[in-house]
Design a protein around this ligand. Structure first.
Ligand SMILES: C[C@](O)(CO)[C@H](O)COP(=O)(O)O
Length: 237
């Protein structure tokens, strides 16, 4: 069994989209969260979908589930105060109904350019090797800087950006999220961070550069340009 767990619990504080959370912004007349879920809905290997949503937007989301016939959406949980809490709530809801060896793909609601290949590659990697983290190779030099001076120039050959999906067995997801709470952490950056902290070996799944996360207004316009290209069949997905 393979389950997509979509996190759409954030308010989009880094993007000024008036009062509309960014996951509800539209591209080509369809909300971003629907574009994202449709990739999982249409994927033959995905059985069910869990979504963590802002409590105040739950009703609006439920209407979208009906309108766009997102029939695989089996759990809608209220998002928590942090991304970690939202993901944990969704993992707990899924764990109450599904076996621990199910594969879960944790994905951002605002990464609508995911494609079928990436979903398949995540599932295969978890089944054959272990936890899978979607990555893209860096094509610019990365430096670290804690003040206004550059502390270090990092070796680009070994640098990647971790994206999503971030995937693992359901039992592993529950174990790391429970452990984080027990250890007093309720605001970790992402699933990859927790997997690494609790000693898991992570395997890289190479994804396309187009699988961007919409964080700022600029990202929205870049994403829209990718949608236009896809519509003209100039990139895959
Ligand atoms: C999970 C993630 O997309 C990996 O790059 C990222 O960490 C999510 O970050 P956000 O701050 O919750 O948008």
């Amino acid at each position: 069994m393979n389950i997509a767990l979509i996190f759409a619990g954030g308010i989009g504080s880094r993007m000024s989209s008036q009062n509309l959370p960014k996951q509800f912004l539209e591209i080509h007349g369809t909300p971003l969260i629907v574009h994202t879920i449709q990739h999982f809905q249409e994927h033959p290997e995905i059985d069910r979908i869990a979504v963590a949503i802002l409590p105040a937007w739950r009703e609006r989301f439920e209407q979208l589930v009906t309108r766009y016939e997102l029939t695989k959406v089996a759990w809608i949980v209220d998002g928590g105060a942090t991304g970690q809490e939202s993901r944990h709530r969704a993992i707990r809801a899924v764990s109450a109904d599904c076996p621990g060896d199910a594969v879960v793909l944790v994905h951002d609601g605002v990464r609508p350019l995911i494609d079928a290949q990436l979903i398949s590659d995540n599932i295969r990697t978890v089944r054959e090797r272990g936890p899978a983290i979607t990555c893209t190779k860096g094509n610019e030099t990365i430096v670290s800087s804690s003040g206004d001076e550059i502390d270090d120039v990092l070796p680009r050959d070994f640098l990647y950006t971790a994206q999503a999906p971030q995937s693992m067995r359901l039992s592993t997801a529950l174990e790391i999220y429970d452990s984080a709470v027990a250890d007093g952490d309720d605001d970790s950056i992402d699933t990859a961070t927790l997997l690494k902290r609790y000693g898991h070996t992570l395997f890289r799944v190479d994804g396309p550069r187009s699988n961007i996360k919409i964080t700022t207004a600029e990202d929205y316009y870049i994403c829209r340009a990718f949608f236009d290209l896809r519509e003209r069949n100039q990139i895959g997905g």
